[in-house]
Write a protein that binds this ligand. Structure first.
Ligand SMILES: Nc1ncnc2c1ncn2[C@@H]1O[C@H](COP(=O)(O)OP(=O)(O)OP(=O)(O)O)[C@@H](O)[C@H]1O
Ligand SMILES: [Mg+2]
Length: 452
């Protein structure tokens, strides 16, 4: 990607000269003729380098300098000062400017100073990336988390992963139970063998037994051929029984016998078949409560819960949110080929405060919406706010597996716009400003979605 340069000067002629010169060096340039405009631009976009006049009619160049430093510590800043005001230049350097040029400048000098400034910026950026890289050692396979709670989870995975003990993974929806079960499998000696997952809640009760253990031809109407069950599919590997809390008691008894004997009986079969499978169960129910309510067998509970790994809700480990957000932002921008460079501090604050009833899955969903809807190069607070209010109001309102993604996103976007307009009393100007889009874009979208 080309380096981006912001040029701030109240003289249009100077902007033009600098632009022409620097675009000649193949940089992407944006010119701002006032301090306000510049402050607005740096709030919304990322620049590799800023060339800024110290004296501006409506703002102090120093103020812009401070603002950039606060927001983008890696951006290089070069101040332009009038001939003879060297004290100004020194003060700018103290405030964190990288360099300065005095007017009148020659263009050769500008080229050299800019090249040097960009080099500095690149180094700073690499340094920040490196720090992030270091924080990635918190990551276990693809599981991210630096919180104490997640570190404990990693420790458990490391300790029990290589063994064959049965593990029960508990936690609210979206906390990463499936992810953890895969990490356990792929960090065990069984990694080269199959990992098979079966959602016990998703399969009608009368079919679950044959799904698990298989059946022989003719054992029931519809059993037109002999079929292997999941236990056999997972031979040598790991079987994940998801939503185990929803399994019917009759089947619980059969599962217990299977585990005790390490043998299965296909539906309609008389013989037993030995199986070698490592079992992981997961549930978002409170299983001990299910046991107390006599809905879950105590003996099976003990059998599957040799070790329990509990994944705490995201709202109880908020320090993991920035890492997760950064990780998924990178992944999603790459997946969707969107040039989004980061999350604004204000937007990050919103992410940190949100309640996340859908946990990490909800966070990933919100970021995906934000990436797809973004009209700026960063995720802003204004763009994110409505998403946090609406996404979990019910994806089922928007989701339709049969429809193209564009339609789903369209319905979603329409709802975001409708609510934003409503909360701004119908003012297009306010709505556009808050959503971080131009009034024209808003108008165009309102036409498209038939909103008034
Ligand atoms: N610690 C984490 N690091 C990275 N990604 C995570 C983490 N936890 C969860 N995810 C992601 O969040 C999403 C939901 O995770 P997963 O399917 O494992 O949740 P679950 O606990 O099985 O949820 P459910 O109970 O609804 O089935 C997945 O996209 C997963 O990759
Ligand atoms: Mg799951």
């Amino acid at each position: 990607m080309r380096d981006r340069i912001l040029i701030v000067d109240d003289k249009q002629s100077i902007i033009e000269i600098l632009k022409t010169t620097l675009e000649g060096e193949n940089y992407e340039c944006v010119g701002c003729a006032s301090g306000q405009e510049a402050l607005f631009a740096i709030q919304r976009e990322r620049f590799n380098l800023v060339l800024c006049d110290v004296r501006l009619p409506d703002a102090d160049g120093m103020q812009i300098l401070r603002d950039i430093r606060a927001r983008h510590p890696d951006t290089s800043i070069i101040m332009i000062t009038a001939y003879g005001s060297i004290e100004n230049a020194i003060q700018c350097m103290k405030l964190g400017a990288d360099d300065y040029v005095t007017k009148p400048f020659n263009l050769e000098e500008i080229r050299a100073i800019v090249a040097k400034g960009l080099e500095k910026e690149r180094l700073r950026r690499e340094n920040i990336a490196l720090k992030q890289e270091v924080s990635r050692r918190y990551e276990f396979s693809s599981i991210i988390g630096k919180s104490k709670a997640m570190q404990d989870v990693f420790e458990r995975i490391r300790r029990v992963g290589p063994t064959d003990v049965s593990i029960l993974i508990t936690g609210e929806t979206g906390t990463g139970k499936e992810l953890v079960s895969k990490a356990i499998h792929f960090n065990s000696d069984r990694a080269g063998k199959p990992f098979v997952a079966l959602n016990c809640a998703a399969i009608p009760e009368n079919l679950l037994e044959s799904e698990l253990f298989g059946h022989v031809k003719g054992s029931f109407t519809g059993a037109i051929a002999t079929k292997h069950g999941m236990f056999e599919e997972a031979t040598g590997g790991t079987l994940l029984l998801d939503e185990i809390g929803d399994m019917h008691p009759t089947l619980q008894a059969k599962l217990l016998r299977t585990l005790d004997e390490s043998k299965i009986r296909r539906v309609g079969d008389t013989g037993l078949i030995p199986v070698d499978v490592r079992l992981i169960c997961s549930t978002n129910k409170n299983l001990s409560e299910e046991v107390r309510a006599l809905r879950f067998r105590l003996d099976l509970y003990h059998r599957i819960r040799v070790v329990e790994i509990n994944l705490p809700p995201l709202r109880e480990r908020r320090e993991d949110i920035p890492l997760l957000a950064q990780h998924y932002l990178e992944k999603l921008t790459a997946d969707h080929k969107r040039p989004i460079q980061g999350i604004e501090p204000g937007a990050m604050r919103l992410l940190m405060q949100h309640n996340w009833v859908g946990n990490v899955r909800e966070l990933v969903n919100v970021l995906e919406q934000a990436v797809l809807l973004a009209e700026t190069r960063t995720i802003t607070e204004t763009a994110l706010g409505p998403l946090l209010g609406t996404v979990y109001a019910g994806p089922e309102n928007y989701f339709d597996a049969e429809k193209p993604l564009k339609d789903t996103m369209g319905r979603f976007e329409r709802e975001v716009l409708r609510r934003a307009l409503e909360s701004n009393g119908g003012s297009r100007k306010e709505t556009a400003r808050k959503l971080g889009i131009s009034e024209r874009t808003l108008y165009y979208k309102m036409e498209e979605y038939n909103l008034s």
